[in-house]
Design a binder for this molecule. Structure first.
Ligand code: GAP
Length: 510
């Protein structure tokens, strides 16, 4: 059986072969961690955006959208804390010339120790058979306990060093643990240095410090700086939310995981403004609501889990991630954060403008608290895409790759295919295509055998193939083939639209 690494490679090459995702500027050997979405990729991505936008904006009477500019006044990033603290500690290996996040090297070392614990568990389970009690083993076995102490020791060194920006101590830790470069195998490390994650450029005249601006590293700040504009012009009453989908940019050091970690990516963020004191209630609400949204795509529950942030950012009083089981393991897909009144208060302080809300029920003014839901669009794409990727062995011994995408997210909803390129079949097929195209993204193709055309549609996840044959000319019926079962039915042309519509309904509306 193929392992997860092989499957991830297959998914990446499938995404390229079938026009979903290409490396940026590929003809110039590509630009690292930057990707372009091809003809089917852009459709799938737009459908995910649409699902999120409808669920957040259209289905909530108290949430509205915004589309803020990518460039913002440089003071925004001082107020948000990014100018001073949006950096990662990095270290280079002098032999391989590869750059790593220093904290990730240490965390990977912890993962290796955890794997050793798991190995002990597997060995003991084999030895003791039915009588094996894993919990008891984990809390009593001497070797396991030693490993656990080791992990704790590392954590109590790493996290304070990160908090205090003690780069020397992080370097010492890497040396003491004997961590080697995964590529060269050597311990020949540079010092640890801070690496600014924000991309900067100049606006207007060149090289003056005052004209230095940044490409936004998150979309959230475009919402905060528009809080008053939208609250006043939209006559919004607290609690209310502002949602935004847009590009964000981060000069990531470790960027080797396809569209999981990119330097240019898209976020779908919603900031929900609430009365101070009520933020934790709304935090719970949005935590549950967002999980329902994920499950609404029909992906099984066991592919997701909540991860509680034990160490909170200084401005947060609660934070959870929703993690997804990617082919590279369980990793963060979305963050839900209770950000207190930090953001609006900070912008109030830095701008000198009063950013407050007059609450007619309380007859009092205050700076609202914020509950944020922040999800990566590209990561959602990867979650949906990797879960849909299915290799099947068929009864006749042949194989097919089928993308079992939720039908409402599929790039193409129906492919209309004349069986042969003559006898009036293409004309009839085009007639059907033209009657469906205003309602659904359809596809017309007459090249190659019908079997090959079915396989190509399976590979991009098209829920239905409609085949026009000689009988169609006689009695106005077509065959309709369903993607997952490959079952074919003969139906009246007039019924096509209704069948496709039925299948496209969102499984759950949140
Ligand atoms: N406003 C809060 C914020 O930006 P974050 O955890 O840094 O929080 C939110 O980012 C989400 O954006 C992540 O959960 C992830 O899905 C996505 N994301 C962050 N960095 C990314 C990157 N380099 N490439 C792709 N997606 C990324």
């Amino acid at each position: 059986m193929a392992n997860n690494k092989d499957i991830f490679k297959k998914i990446i090459s499938h995404a390229k072969e079938y026009g979903f995702i290409f490396q940026s500027s590929e003809i110039y050997d590509g630009l690292s961690a930057v990707y372009d979405y091809g003809q089917y990729g852009v459709e799938l991505k737009n459908n995910i955006k649409d699902y999120w936008w409808k669920s957040m904006v259209q289905y909530h009477e108290n949430i509205v959208g915004v589309d803020a500019a990518i460039f913002m006044h440089p003071t925004v990033w001082k107020a948000s804390g990014h100018t001073d603290a949006f950096n990662d500690p990095m270290i280079d290996n002098k032999d391989s010339k590869k750059r790593y996040r220093a904290d990730v090297l240490v965390e990977d070392h912890i993962v290796k120790i955890e794997a050793k614990i798991q190995k002990e568990v597997t060995k003991a389970a084999k030895r003791f058979g039915e009588a094996f009690d894993e919990q008891q083993f984990l809390s009593t076995n001497k070797r396991v306990l030693d490993y656990k102490v080791k992990i704790e020791d590392i954590k109590t060194r790493l996290y304070p060093a990160m908090d205090e920006n003690n780069l020397d101590d992080i370097k010492n830790l890497i040396e003491e643990l004997g961590i080697v470069c995964p590529l060269s195998g050597s311990r020949n490390w540079t010092d640890v240095r801070q690496f600014d994650l924000m991309f900067s450029t100049n606006i207007g005249s060149l090289s003056e410090e005052a004209s230095r601006i940044y490409l936004r590293p998150e979309t959230a700040q475009g919402i905060f700086v528009n809080f008053l504009n939208i609250q006043k012009t939209g006559r919004m009453k607290i609690p209310f939310g502002i949602a935004q989908i847009g590009k964000a940019f981060r000069n990531e050091i470790v960027a080797r995981q396809f569209i999981f970690r990119m330097r240019e990516f898209e976020q779908m963020e919603m900031q929900f403004f609430v009365r101070p004191g009520e933020e934790l209630k709304w935090f719970e609400y949005w935590k549950e609501q967002r999980m329902k949204w994920h499950l609404g795509m029909g992906i099984p529950e066991n592919k997701y889990k909540f991860h509680k942030h034990e160490k909170l950012a200084h401005y947060a009083n609660a934070a959870f991630d929703i993690e997804f089981e990617f082919p590279i393991g369980f990793k963060e897909l979305e963050g839900i954060h209770s950000r207190t009144d930090f953001d609006l208060s900070s912008h109030q302080k830095f701008s000198g403008k009063k950013i407050q809300y007059y609450d007619p029920d309380l007859k009092d003014s205050y700076v609202p608290c914020v509950v944020e839901t922040s999800i990566g669009l590209d990561r959602t794409f990867l979650a949906v895409f990797s879960h849909a990727f299915t290799e099947e062995k068929l009864e006749d011994g042949s194989e097919r790759v089928v993308m079992k995408l939720p039908p409402f997210l599929a790039p193409i909803k129906a492919a209309v295919l004349p069986l042969v390129k003559k006898d009036g079949l293409p004309e009839k097929a085009l007639e059907i295509f033209n009657s469906l195209k205003y309602d659904y993204m359809c596809y017309y193709e007459e090249k190659d055998s019908i079997g090959k055309r079915y396989r190509r549609q399976d590979a991009i996840g098209t829920p239905y193939c409609i085949t026009v044959d000689h009988q169609t000319i006689e009695d106005n019926t077509v065959t309709i083939r369903e993607r997952d079962t490959m079952k074919q039915d003969r139906i009246d042309i007039g019924k096509i639209s209704g069948i496709v519509a039925e299948r496209l309904k969102n499984m759950n509306l949140y």
